[in-house]
Design a protein around this ligand. Sequence first.
Ligand SMILES: Cc1cc2nc3c(=O)[nH]c(=O)nc-3n(C[C@H](O)[C@H](O)[C@H](O)COP(=O)(O)O)c2cc1C
Length: 201
Amino acid sequence: MNPMDFKQLTDLKTKEVPKQLIPAIGKRWSPRAFDSKPLNEADLSLLFEAARWAPSSTNAQPWRFLLARKGEAMHRRIVDILAPGNQTWATHAPVLGMAWARTLFSGKDSPNRHALFDLGAAMQAMMTQATELGIYGHLMGGFDSDAFKALAPEQEAFEPGVCFALGFPGSADQLNEPFLSRELANRNRLPLSDLVQGLEG
Ligand SMILES: Cc1cc2nc3c(=O)[nH]c(=O)nc-3n(C[C@H](O)[C@H](O)[C@H](O)COP(=O)(O)O)c2cc1C
């Protein structure tokens, strides 16, 4: 039986998020339980459009992605490079992906110190667009870095960023512990006063 319906879970996950934030930022969170329903290809393209329009240092756009749908051989290969804890739930996600950053500026062979920063901006744009479409994403840094490097079809110098799962939210009762408890846990953040100097009020 579903321990909590998705509306209740969303309320719990967003309890401490200020209501004034735009919904696509305020409602995003990282689920482990995904519905098996596939994502529509037009929506998938839109997610990568959102990433494409992120800002980047000198407009170098160092982000690169690979995605695979459940049932494709590459989906299995991505599962295989994940840390065991991530494999447990990510294997059920309808879409898995890899995101990396080219670490040299094209044609210059000089290092792009901001490449991973830019990739992070692109991923956040993707997650924001996903939330707008009712799609959820879960980023994963828990993977074997050498295996990532071997699997990524990249000819240039690059740094692995994250693997990611995408899909519509599913029922939490498909999860076992400790993932079920994490799925049903409150979300929290450091206070602004720990993060920002110079804010008034
Ligand atoms: C770079 C990065 C790496 C992450 N790696 C993992 C991971 O390996 N496994 C996992 O379950 N979640 C991972 N997460 C998700 C975070 O745990 C999650 O974003 C954080 O706890 C805040 O929760 P929220 O996304 O629901 O707001 C990662 C997130 C980021 C940005």
